[in-house]
Design a protein. Structure first.
Length: 295
Protein backbone atom coordinates (compact mmCIF):
# COMPACT_ATOMS: atom_id res chain seq x y z
CA UNK A 1 0.00 0.00 0.00
CA UNK A 2 1.01 3.63 -0.26
CA UNK A 3 1.44 6.56 2.06
CA UNK A 4 -1.09 9.32 1.37
CA UNK A 5 0.67 12.60 2.18
CA UNK A 6 -1.48 15.53 3.31
CA UNK A 7 1.36 17.47 4.96
CA UNK A 8 5.04 16.93 4.19
CA UNK A 9 5.85 16.65 7.91
CA UNK A 10 4.65 13.07 7.76
CA UNK A 11 7.92 12.06 6.07
CA UNK A 12 9.84 12.68 9.30
CA UNK A 13 7.31 10.69 11.32
CA UNK A 14 6.58 7.70 9.08
CA UNK A 15 9.04 7.90 6.19
CA UNK A 16 8.73 8.50 2.48
CA UNK A 17 6.48 5.50 1.93
CA UNK A 18 4.63 2.84 3.89
CA UNK A 19 5.76 -0.71 3.20
CA UNK A 20 2.83 -2.61 4.71
CA UNK A 21 3.32 -6.36 5.10
CA UNK A 22 0.75 -8.95 6.09
CA UNK A 23 1.88 -11.30 8.85
CA UNK A 24 -1.19 -13.52 9.23
CA UNK A 25 -4.79 -13.72 8.08
CA UNK A 26 -7.96 -15.79 8.35
CA UNK A 27 -9.28 -14.25 11.58
CA UNK A 28 -12.85 -13.08 12.22
CA UNK A 29 -12.20 -9.55 13.55
CA UNK A 30 -8.87 -8.56 15.08
CA UNK A 31 -8.41 -5.97 17.83
CA UNK A 32 -6.44 -4.98 20.94
CA UNK A 33 -2.79 -5.52 19.91
CA UNK A 34 -0.17 -5.06 22.63
CA UNK A 35 3.56 -5.77 22.35
CA UNK A 36 5.24 -7.89 25.02
CA UNK A 37 8.98 -7.03 25.10
CA UNK A 38 9.69 -9.91 27.51
CA UNK A 39 8.71 -12.54 24.97
CA UNK A 40 9.22 -10.46 21.81
CA UNK A 41 5.66 -11.21 20.80
CA UNK A 42 2.35 -9.52 20.04
CA UNK A 43 -0.85 -10.36 21.91
CA UNK A 44 -4.12 -9.49 20.16
CA UNK A 45 -7.83 -10.29 20.28
CA UNK A 46 -10.21 -11.95 17.83
CA UNK A 47 -13.53 -10.90 19.36
CA UNK A 48 -16.08 -12.92 17.35
CA UNK A 49 -13.92 -16.01 17.81
CA UNK A 50 -13.75 -15.39 21.58
CA UNK A 51 -10.02 -15.98 21.47
CA UNK A 52 -6.83 -14.07 22.21
CA UNK A 53 -3.79 -14.94 20.14
CA UNK A 54 -0.04 -14.40 20.29
CA UNK A 55 2.19 -13.78 17.28
CA UNK A 56 5.99 -13.93 17.22
CA UNK A 57 8.53 -14.08 14.45
CA UNK A 58 9.85 -17.31 15.92
CA UNK A 59 6.58 -19.22 16.38
CA UNK A 60 3.97 -17.48 14.27
CA UNK A 61 0.39 -17.62 15.60
CA UNK A 62 -0.41 -19.34 18.90
CA UNK A 63 -3.45 -19.38 21.18
CA UNK A 64 -3.02 -17.10 24.19
CA UNK A 65 -6.44 -17.49 25.86
CA UNK A 66 -9.73 -19.15 24.92
CA UNK A 67 -12.43 -18.32 25.84
CA UNK A 68 -11.65 -14.70 26.67
CA UNK A 69 -14.96 -12.97 27.41
CA UNK A 70 -14.95 -11.51 23.87
CA UNK A 71 -11.91 -9.40 24.78
CA UNK A 72 -11.36 -6.21 22.77
CA UNK A 73 -8.72 -3.70 23.95
CA UNK A 74 -5.58 -4.61 25.91
CA UNK A 75 -2.73 -2.74 27.55
CA UNK A 76 -0.11 -3.21 30.27
CA UNK A 77 -0.16 -1.65 33.70
CA UNK A 78 3.03 -0.28 35.25
CA UNK A 79 3.84 -3.68 36.78
CA UNK A 80 3.65 -5.37 33.39
CA UNK A 81 0.28 -7.05 34.01
CA UNK A 82 -2.17 -7.36 31.13
CA UNK A 83 -5.28 -5.21 31.56
CA UNK A 84 -8.17 -5.99 29.22
CA UNK A 85 -11.63 -4.83 28.17
CA UNK A 86 -14.08 -7.68 27.70
CA UNK A 87 -17.24 -7.28 25.64
CA UNK A 88 -18.85 -9.53 28.26
CA UNK A 89 -19.00 -6.29 30.30
CA UNK A 90 -15.85 -6.65 32.40
CA UNK A 91 -12.51 -4.93 32.84
CA UNK A 92 -9.96 -7.49 34.01
CA UNK A 93 -6.29 -7.84 34.94
CA UNK A 94 -4.17 -10.93 34.34
CA UNK A 95 -1.94 -11.64 37.32
CA UNK A 96 1.61 -13.06 37.03
CA UNK A 97 0.30 -16.54 37.92
CA UNK A 98 -2.29 -16.36 35.14
CA UNK A 99 -5.29 -15.80 37.39
CA UNK A 100 -7.85 -13.14 36.46
CA UNK A 101 -8.77 -10.21 38.69
CA UNK A 102 -12.05 -8.47 37.85
CA UNK A 103 -11.65 -4.68 38.12
CA UNK A 104 -15.08 -3.42 37.00
CA UNK A 105 -18.44 -4.84 35.88
CA UNK A 106 -21.13 -2.34 36.99
CA UNK A 107 -21.68 1.38 37.44
CA UNK A 108 -24.21 2.45 40.08
CA UNK A 109 -25.71 -1.03 40.07
CA UNK A 110 -26.08 -1.27 36.30
CA UNK A 111 -23.96 -3.50 34.10
CA UNK A 112 -21.39 -1.78 31.93
CA UNK A 113 -22.20 -1.77 28.21
CA UNK A 114 -19.14 -3.51 26.78
CA UNK A 115 -15.71 -2.11 27.78
CA UNK A 116 -13.81 -1.49 24.57
CA UNK A 117 -10.40 0.21 24.78
CA UNK A 118 -8.14 0.96 27.72
CA UNK A 119 -5.08 2.87 28.93
CA UNK A 120 -3.17 3.08 32.22
CA UNK A 121 -1.67 6.38 33.41
CA UNK A 122 1.66 6.66 35.20
CA UNK A 123 -0.13 6.89 38.57
CA UNK A 124 -1.82 3.52 37.94
CA UNK A 125 -5.29 4.91 37.18
CA UNK A 126 -7.14 3.06 34.41
CA UNK A 127 -9.23 4.85 31.79
CA UNK A 128 -11.55 2.92 29.48
CA UNK A 129 -14.31 3.51 26.93
CA UNK A 130 -17.68 1.77 27.16
CA UNK A 131 -19.66 1.81 23.90
CA UNK A 132 -22.43 -0.66 23.11
CA UNK A 133 -20.71 -2.65 20.34
CA UNK A 134 -20.25 -5.70 22.54
CA UNK A 135 -24.02 -6.03 22.94
CA UNK A 136 -24.41 -6.47 19.20
CA UNK A 137 -24.51 -9.72 17.29
CA UNK A 138 -21.19 -11.05 15.96
CA UNK A 139 -18.96 -8.60 17.88
CA UNK A 140 -20.23 -9.57 21.31
CA UNK A 141 -23.11 -11.04 23.24
CA UNK A 142 -26.53 -9.73 22.10
CA UNK A 143 -28.51 -8.37 25.07
CA UNK A 144 -30.36 -5.27 26.17
CA UNK A 145 -28.36 -2.30 27.42
CA UNK A 146 -28.63 -1.43 31.13
CA UNK A 147 -27.01 2.01 31.00
CA UNK A 148 -28.75 4.74 28.99
CA UNK A 149 -25.47 6.26 27.74
CA UNK A 150 -22.11 5.32 26.24
CA UNK A 151 -19.30 6.79 28.35
CA UNK A 152 -15.70 6.94 29.43
CA UNK A 153 -14.71 5.76 32.91
CA UNK A 154 -11.77 5.90 35.34
CA UNK A 155 -10.74 3.23 37.83
CA UNK A 156 -8.73 4.68 40.72
CA UNK A 157 -5.11 3.51 41.14
CA UNK A 158 -6.04 1.29 44.08
CA UNK A 159 -9.00 -0.17 42.18
CA UNK A 160 -11.52 0.92 44.80
CA UNK A 161 -13.53 3.47 42.82
CA UNK A 162 -15.13 3.60 39.37
CA UNK A 163 -15.88 7.14 38.17
CA UNK A 164 -17.86 8.22 35.10
CA UNK A 165 -15.87 10.94 33.31
CA UNK A 166 -18.10 11.75 30.32
CA UNK A 167 -21.34 10.36 28.90
CA UNK A 168 -22.12 12.56 25.88
CA UNK A 169 -20.71 10.31 23.16
CA UNK A 170 -22.26 8.54 20.22
CA UNK A 171 -19.87 5.61 20.59
CA UNK A 172 -16.61 6.30 22.52
CA UNK A 173 -13.77 4.10 21.39
CA UNK A 174 -9.98 4.51 21.29
CA UNK A 175 -8.36 6.76 23.87
CA UNK A 176 -4.88 8.00 24.74
CA UNK A 177 -3.13 10.61 26.88
CA UNK A 178 -0.75 13.36 25.82
CA UNK A 179 2.91 12.84 26.69
CA UNK A 180 2.59 14.90 29.88
CA UNK A 181 -0.77 13.27 30.69
CA UNK A 182 -2.50 16.65 30.93
CA UNK A 183 -4.84 15.83 28.02
CA UNK A 184 -7.08 12.86 27.33
CA UNK A 185 -8.03 12.19 23.71
CA UNK A 186 -11.07 10.03 22.93
CA UNK A 187 -12.40 8.86 19.58
CA UNK A 188 -16.12 8.98 18.87
CA UNK A 189 -16.62 6.40 16.15
CA UNK A 190 -20.23 7.36 15.37
CA UNK A 191 -19.40 11.03 14.90
CA UNK A 192 -16.07 10.54 13.10
CA UNK A 193 -13.99 12.81 15.29
CA UNK A 194 -11.47 13.03 18.14
CA UNK A 195 -12.30 14.90 21.34
CA UNK A 196 -9.84 16.29 23.88
CA UNK A 197 -10.30 16.69 27.64
CA UNK A 198 -8.18 18.44 30.26
CA UNK A 199 -7.12 16.01 32.97
CA UNK A 200 -7.20 17.44 36.50
CA UNK A 201 -4.89 16.50 39.37
CA UNK A 202 -7.54 14.22 40.87
CA UNK A 203 -7.94 12.33 37.59
CA UNK A 204 -11.26 13.89 36.63
CA UNK A 205 -11.63 15.70 33.30
CA UNK A 206 -13.14 18.86 31.87
CA UNK A 207 -13.67 20.25 28.39
CA UNK A 208 -14.25 17.68 25.68
CA UNK A 209 -14.29 19.82 22.55
CA UNK A 210 -13.65 18.33 19.13
CA UNK A 211 -9.88 18.25 18.51
CA UNK A 212 -9.92 16.92 14.93
CA UNK A 213 -12.19 15.35 12.31
CA UNK A 214 -11.04 12.04 10.81
CA UNK A 215 -11.93 12.16 7.12
CA UNK A 216 -11.10 10.32 3.93
CA UNK A 217 -12.08 7.48 1.63
CA UNK A 218 -11.98 3.74 2.17
CA UNK A 219 -12.85 1.30 4.92
CA UNK A 220 -12.25 2.20 8.55
CA UNK A 221 -13.39 4.69 11.19
CA UNK A 222 -11.93 6.36 14.30
CA UNK A 223 -11.31 3.37 16.55
CA UNK A 224 -7.87 2.56 17.99
CA UNK A 225 -5.74 5.58 18.90
CA UNK A 226 -2.28 6.14 20.42
CA UNK A 227 0.43 8.81 20.70
CA UNK A 228 4.06 8.18 19.74
CA UNK A 229 7.17 9.29 21.63
CA UNK A 230 7.17 12.71 19.93
CA UNK A 231 3.52 13.52 20.56
CA UNK A 232 2.17 12.60 17.13
CA UNK A 233 -1.31 11.10 17.38
CA UNK A 234 -2.14 8.01 15.33
CA UNK A 235 -5.72 6.84 14.85
CA UNK A 236 -7.50 4.37 12.64
CA UNK A 237 -9.77 5.99 10.10
CA UNK A 238 -11.05 5.81 6.54
CA UNK A 239 -8.44 4.13 4.35
CA UNK A 240 -5.93 3.23 7.04
CA UNK A 241 -3.97 4.79 9.90
CA UNK A 242 -4.20 8.60 10.09
CA UNK A 243 -1.23 10.46 11.58
CA UNK A 244 -1.90 13.81 13.27
CA UNK A 245 0.72 16.34 14.34
CA UNK A 246 0.49 17.71 17.91
CA UNK A 247 -1.20 20.80 16.41
CA UNK A 248 -4.09 18.58 15.15
CA UNK A 249 -3.06 18.68 11.47
CA UNK A 250 -3.84 15.41 9.67
CA UNK A 251 -0.43 14.72 8.12
CA UNK A 252 -1.54 11.76 6.04
CA UNK A 253 -2.70 8.17 5.95
CA UNK A 254 -0.84 4.85 6.02
CA UNK A 255 -2.94 2.92 3.52
CA UNK A 256 -4.13 -0.60 4.35
CA UNK A 257 -5.92 -3.24 2.26
CA UNK A 258 -8.53 -3.81 5.00
CA UNK A 259 -10.29 -1.52 7.44
CA UNK A 260 -8.04 -1.14 10.52
CA UNK A 261 -9.39 -1.50 14.05
CA UNK A 262 -6.31 -0.91 16.22
CA UNK A 263 -2.51 -0.90 16.35
CA UNK A 264 0.54 -0.67 18.60
CA UNK A 265 4.28 -0.20 18.30
CA UNK A 266 6.63 -3.13 18.85
CA UNK A 267 10.06 -4.69 18.34
CA UNK A 268 13.12 -3.69 20.36
CA UNK A 269 13.23 -0.17 18.90
CA UNK A 270 9.42 0.36 19.04
CA UNK A 271 9.49 1.47 15.40
CA UNK A 272 7.35 -1.34 14.00
CA UNK A 273 3.66 -0.50 13.81
CA UNK A 274 1.58 -3.66 14.26
CA UNK A 275 -1.96 -3.24 12.92
CA UNK A 276 -5.04 -5.38 13.51
CA UNK A 277 -7.27 -4.93 10.46
CA UNK A 278 -10.46 -6.96 10.12
CA UNK A 279 -9.29 -10.48 9.19
CA UNK A 280 -5.53 -9.89 9.22
CA UNK A 281 -2.46 -8.72 11.12
CA UNK A 282 -0.10 -6.26 9.39
CA UNK A 283 3.11 -4.42 10.18
CA UNK A 284 4.90 -1.37 8.82
CA UNK A 285 8.15 0.31 9.86
CA UNK A 286 8.05 3.99 10.87
CA UNK A 287 10.67 6.59 11.80
CA UNK A 288 9.47 7.81 15.20
CA UNK A 289 9.15 5.09 17.86
CA UNK A 290 6.15 4.53 20.08
CA UNK A 291 6.19 4.72 23.88
CA UNK A 292 7.11 2.08 26.43
CA UNK A 293 4.11 0.98 28.48
CA UNK A 294 6.25 -0.42 31.30
CA UNK A 295 9.96 -0.78 32.07
Amino acid sequence: MTLSIRDDRIRAVVGDNADVRRLATGFKFTEGPVWDPRTESLIFSDMPGDIMRRWSAAKGIETFRQPCGKTNGNTWDKQGRLVSCEHASRVTRTEPDGSITVLATHYEGKELNSPNDIIVKSDGAIYFSDPSYGRMDYFGIPREQDLDFQGVFRISPDGSKLTLLASDFGQPNGLTCSLDESKLFVNDTDRGHIRVFDVKSDGSVSGGEVWAEVTGDGDGAPDGMKIDSKGNLYTTGPGGIHVFAPDATDLGVIGLPEGPANFTWGDADLRTLYVTATSSLYRVRVNVPGRKLFQ
